[in-house]
Design a protein around this ligand. Sequence first.
Ligand code: CA
Length: 639
Amino acid sequence: MKHLTVLVAIIMAFILPQTINAHTRVAYAPGETSFSVETNEDAQQVTLRIYDNGMGGKPTKTVNMTKSNANLWQATVKGNLKGKFYTFDVKYGGKFCGECAGIWATAVGVNGKRGAIIDMSETDPADWDIDTRPNIAAKDLIIYEMHHRDFSIDPSSGIEHKGKFLALTESRAIEHLKALGVNAVHILPSFDYASVDETRLNEPQYNWGYDPVNYNVPEGGYSTDPYKPEVRINEFKQMVQALHNAGIKVILDVVYNHTWNIDGSNFQLTRPDYYYRKNADGSYSNGSGCGNETASEREGMRQFMIESVKYWVEEYHIDGFRFDLMGVHDIETMNAIRNAVPNDIFIYGEGWSAGSCALPGEKLGMKANITRMPGIAVFSDEIRDALRGPWDSNKKPAFLGGIRGNEESIKFGIVGAIQHPDVDYSKVNYSKAPYASQPTQMIAYVSCHDDMCLVDRLKASIPKISEEELIRLDLLAQTVVMTSQGVPFMLSGEEMLRDKKGVHNSYESPDEINHLDWGNLERHPEVMEYYSNLIAMRKAHPAFHMGNADMVRENLNFLPIKQNFVAFHINGRNVPGEKWGDIYVAFNANKIARSLEVPNGTYSIVCYKTSCTPNGGINTVIVDGKINIPPQSALILHN
Ligand code: CA
């Protein structure tokens, strides 16, 4: 096997060009437009067609492109082509693959079928040149994961541009995010994807969007006019600008690990089989669980990912990237991406795959390999499942449901998956060793778009749960998340006690399942109040986000665990900028009160039962060394 691997590597070195520095980008100038497209070596002909529209009609010009090197074809068309559309059609073995926009399109017509020729500088909103990324360190981030349509589609949102990029430019949206206190929105796939038909936007259509078509173009379904290529680009930029003006970062959910399909993808239509991994038997590997997986280890795919990420940073001022199924990508590519963008760009991903990949596990961007990917973070399913229950059953409860044995996994999540002397890793649910070098390499969360949202999960896993109990446990769960030394992350709408009527995979469910009901802000104001106060507390107190593994080991120590009870102490005096001295945090998931042992003294209570008052706690004197923590709630106090 070893010899075979070496042989394959030698053959690949001959097949692959030494450097790939030309892209199929379209260079527009008023006098002429140049086109280039990368192909496999055996391409026989490439036809470029120019159209007046993004769909329909006959080409107004057909050009035979010229082969300029083994893998590159080029053409220059005279005249002013602004406003026109184009396709490439590559011939192999006597057959044309079919028309497509190429992999590098930065503007497209409706449904992304044809590339568009525009002047990108005309898509900038006013003052775009002075737009800057908010200066927020990774340790200070509080991430809000949202879908454009979920967020604003319900009439109760009061937002005008429902389900559009522009929704996030409206004061109703911005003021809500600011009131909650999150400082980064992670937007579900917002590049051009396939599953929403942009010609039928008057009909309700829904999809999460994990079916990429054009990676470097905003999705038309979220624009007010998908037929006009410049509109989606301009509106996306307006969104970024409005969020930046509010001090909120914009993180893009990127899905380079697979495409919508193989046969019709821009990858396959230009370089058949080059961008996809195959199994030894010649079948397509399916580590994405979506029918294909891309081959990030190949020079052309790696370069595409690096250039694409850089493009979003430079053209759209994007602040961070969440890599879908990062465990499908190779470590070398992830590190190359990390090094290709500025340090303040936050990069994280799912440190797992959805099936087995045709690349050895030790080369993949898996959670267990994150120490070899400095500056990149992964989601912690340890803390998530220790709180809500395992991913493979919606009905199984865990810590929140009063199931013992999850305490060490909670502790693992509190320290941010780093080495800590007080954590017994042998009792952690999934990882028997710490995987993060720094706490900012771990994302702390209890719910995201995948699986049930928190309310549904609590209902499904705790039979006959009362509303009062549900709210107590909801607040307890987020208190764990927001006091983790990892980077906290929440699903949009949890602050509105969101439910999805029990649907756990709502990727194409209708609005009545996925929408946020803003009316809940009035029906359950205590939830939003607790969340926003909890977030405000975290932001105001560096002790909860030290951002440094040594500092966490030195200043955070756990108190002895009890069943369904986890407590820790932070020595705030040693944390730069921290005003509080001894900080005690306790999580009691039992249905009865538990006592926390603390030294005698006067303490200020910050979080108690369903209230969190970061700016003026209730003072209490502890004389017998103990304080009671009510059932199913968190307690935070300090002196
Ligand atoms: Ca689309």
